[in-house]
Design a protein. Structure first.
Length: 327
């Protein structure tokens, strides 16, 4: 685990001393956009962009989901890093499920950032969207990449009719995303990476307050922002699907499991059973990464063998409302 400082790799764990034991996530360093406009600097084109991901990473997972559902797999190629993130950060390997970097045969992801911006200072994160035309990083912010994949490639996508950020639901989606991001997606990290009891408890309470709120909301709505699946669902899904396998134990988020929530548990199963989604979810990479890469939290690096999860059990969500049509 480390970061680039003026273009040089430094092996360094998160600094929580200056923030009273709290984990504070840094903003992404690259925030450009792919555009459907052929004249744009980053114009949507088949084969031009490459996505670097970790299958363990929830932020990368949401981009893989939208890539899959929109039918962008033949247009945007992917490399998958080794699940273990050690002193050199994310690395490429021949581990099962990993895919090496076909563009530059790099050993480590930080070398891509060095190529993109000489003298770069910042974290080296997944997902990273690379433009092979300008040989630079377009974006390393998953929320933006999800939106680009949702609409910028529509003339090339197999499913341009699928829209995960529809006009009429945008205010609702943005509002849900805001709370889910701070208290759930990032909330589990705030609990897990806290280095004081107070910081941990603050994150823990906010997290379970938000999960209770979501469970109550899902008693009346089939999906989180209304009667169809939107990006708000996929952004929540990536944390829920890791929760019982990793966050309950490794990040001490153990008030309740998702399996204990009557509505969230069925909702998680329904999303997992959407065609294509199970293929984007790799529990081996997920468990290997978290349990082996954080020695301050799990010094032995032992990866728990359980839990038994049955995400293919009937979800029962028909009782709440009709399924959406059109994926
Ligand atoms: N805001 C970023 C966060 C991405 C992120 O933090 N990814 C993690 C993996 S789950 C990472 O690469 N961490 C490496 C580090 O922080 O050094 C996004 O949503 O894309």
């Amino acid at each position: 685990m480390g970061l680039l400082v003026e273009g040089q790799w430094k092996d360094q764990w998160y600094d929580t001393d200056s923030t009273g034991g709290k984990f504070v996530r840094e903003s992404a360093g690259f925030r450009d956009w792919v555009s459907p406009d052929p004249q744009a600097r980053f114009a949507a084109q088949a084969g031009r962009y490459h996505l670097y991901v970790s299958l363990a990473c929830p932020w990368a997972h949401r981009t893989l989901i939208v890539r899959k559902l929109k039918g962008l797999e033949k247009i945007i190629d992917v490399s998958i890093v080794d699940p273990y993130m050690g002193e050199w950060g994310w690395s490429f390997s021949d581990a099962p499920g990993a895919i090496r970097d076909p563009l530059y045969c790099l050993e480590h992801l930080f070398e891509l950032y060095q190529k993109a911006a000489r003298g770069y200072t910042g974290r080296v994160t997944t997902p990273t969207l690379w433009d092979s035309h300008h040989e630079t990083i377009v974006s390393n912010e998953s929320a933006d990449i999800v939106r680009m994949f949702n609409s910028a490639f529509d003339t090339l996508a197999e499913h341009p009719e699928r829209d995960y950020y529809p006009q009429g639901l945008r205010d609702e989606i943005d509002a849900v995303n805001e709370r889910v991001y701070h208290e759930v997606n990032n909330g589990v990290y705030k609990a897990g990476f806290a280095t004081t009891q107070a910081a941990y408890e603050e994150a823990f309470e906010a997290l379970f307050g938000a999960l209770d709120w979501l469970d109550a909301r899902l008693a009346e709505r089939r999906y989180i922002a209304g009667d169809r699946i939107t990006e708000a669902d996929w952004r929540l899904f990536v944390t829920l699907v890791r929760f019982d396998a990793v966050y309950v134990g490794h990040f001490k988020c153990n008030l309740r499991r998702i399996a204990d929530y009557p509505n969230l548990s069925g909702y998680l199963r329904e999303l997992y059973q959407v065609p294509g989604i199970a293929e984007t979810t790799d529990f081996s990479h997920i468990k290997q990464h978290y349990y082996r890469s954080h020695p301050t939290i799990n010094p032995t690096g032992i990866v728990p063998a359980g839990p038994a999860l049955d995400l293919y059990a009937p979800h029962g969500r028909e009782a709440v409302g009709p399924a959406q049509s059109g994926g």
